[in-house]
Design a protein around this ligand. Structure first.
Ligand SMILES: C[S@@+](CC[C@H](N)C(=O)[O-])C[C@H]1O[C@@H](n2cnc3c(N)ncnc32)[C@H](O)[C@@H]1O
Length: 204
């Protein structure tokens, strides 16, 4: 069972260090320049989150929520900006991305980041979980890439904190997968859309 944890409305007051602010501004420019070069079908695959809000929420979690470990997993890491932020905050980070054109972008982020993390080209859905979806057209389904967990030598329940940015209508599917395969006590953080993040703990 997942239990939602209320995020305080004051989270957007959490200060952002200047170097993080500058880094996020440069990252946004990089993403925009990249997206301008690409066709419509690709743009459908990747949408950048509000990384300022993600950083503030991660900072709050680390201060106020007990974690069962240090491992952090970004489902569909795209440019891996959230992965780099989580790594800068001291977590042991892995990002899984299915789209091959995004892997070089994630690697570029890694090269520019002082804090190491791992990028895996693969599927973030653990084997056998696609069948939990009641809609076969969800964007997280059907990626013809190897299982990301086999490449890492880890399972979903090896992670203390899992982050995803689901497309509309697939948040419940992501929750179901985490509820079935995540570790008891682990947290799931989702970027739902502008000004909305959701945090849940697997309580049983
Ligand atoms: C909405 S974007 C979010 C990107 C990034 N997490 C962020 O917050 O900026 C969703 C990403 O998930 C990737 N993705 C979707 N389904 C996937 C799957 N089953 N396995 C791995 N990556 C997937 C897409 O290619 C896309 O880059």
């Amino acid at each position: 069972m997942l239990t939602e944890i209320e995020l305080p409305s004051s989270i957007d007051q959490i200060p952002i260090p200047d170097e993080i602010s500058d880094y996020l501004a440069a990252s946004r420019q990089r993403i925009e320049a990249f997206q301008d070069r690409w066709d419509e079908s690709f743009i459908e695959q990747f949408v950048a989150a509000d990384y300022t809000m993600v950083y503030q929420t991660l900072t709050w979690i680390l201060e106020y929520q007990p974690l069962i470990g240090k491992r952090f997993l970004e489902w569909g890491c795209g440019f891996a900006i959230t992965s780099s932020l989580a790594s800068a905050l001291g977590l042991a980070v892995f990002g899984i991305e299915a789209h091959e054109d995004l892997i070089p972008q994630a690697r570029k982020t890694l090269e520019q980041c002082e804090h190491p993390f791992q990028i895996v080209h693969g599927d973030f859905l653990p084997r056998g979980t696609e069948r939990l979806a009641d809609d076969p057209t969800l964007p997280s389904l059907g990626h013809a890439v190897p299982c990301g967990y086999e490449a890492m030598g880890l399972e979903l329940d090896d992670f203390a904190l899992v982050y995803s940015y689901p497309w509309p209508q697939e948040d419940l599917f992501h929750e179901l997968v985490f509820d079935q395969r995540g570790a008891r006590g682990a947290l799931m953080l989702m970027f739902i859309g502008p000004n909305e993040m959701r945090l849940m703990r697997k309580t049983s």
